[in-house]
Write a protein that binds this ligand. Structure first.
Ligand code: FES
Length: 154
């Protein structure tokens, strides 16, 4: 049975999520035009697509920064200095959760547990777990990424 057929039959949310993931990987985010193409190809109402995309924090309808930081907001991390780390990131990057820096270098999000509770506090940086975080380790990471970006511009 084809993917298209499955989606048209409904009830195949997992396949729809895969389609959206692949589209986001390809385009960097799910723009209106990308969602319209998916809507048309799979005969899914655009409102349903927006509903799914807005429900899951992993989908983005705006262009993302080069580096995506997802700080864990679940209890083990929050109780292990996670709040200070989140405040540091917001202050250092001068953005709120869900925003992208003006230079498009960083986007900051909050995620639920990423399965690294035994090494809390943790975050994902470009989907890779970073654990046992401290303000110093975050400072160094951001500095390195800024430096790398500066070097690439030269
Ligand atoms: S609570 Fe943060 S990784 Fe589990």
């Amino acid at each position: 049975m084809s993917e298209r057929t499955n989606l048209m039959e409904g009830g195949k949310d997992e396949i729809l999520l895969n389609v959206l993931h692949r589209a986001q990987e390809k385009h960097g985010y799910l723009s209106e035009s990308v969602l319209k193409k998916i809507s048309s190809k799979y005969s899914i109402p655009i409102a349903k697509l927006y509903g799914v995309v807005k429900f899951y924090t992993m989908f983005h309808t705006e262009p993302q920064g080069k580096n995506i930081i997802e700080i864990c907001g679940s209890p083990s991390c929050v109780l292990n200095n996670g709040i200070s780390l989140e405040q540091f990131l917001k202050s250092e990057l001068k953005i709120k959760i869900g925003e992208t820096t003006q230079d498009k270098l960083f986007s900051l999000y909050k995620t639920s547990c990423i399965g690294c509770c035994d090494e809390a506090p943790a975050m994902l940086l470009n989907r890779k777990p970073c654990t046992r975080l401290t303000i110093d380790s975050l400072k160094a990471t951001i500095e390195n990424l800024r430096k790398e970006a500066g070097e690439k511009k030269e």
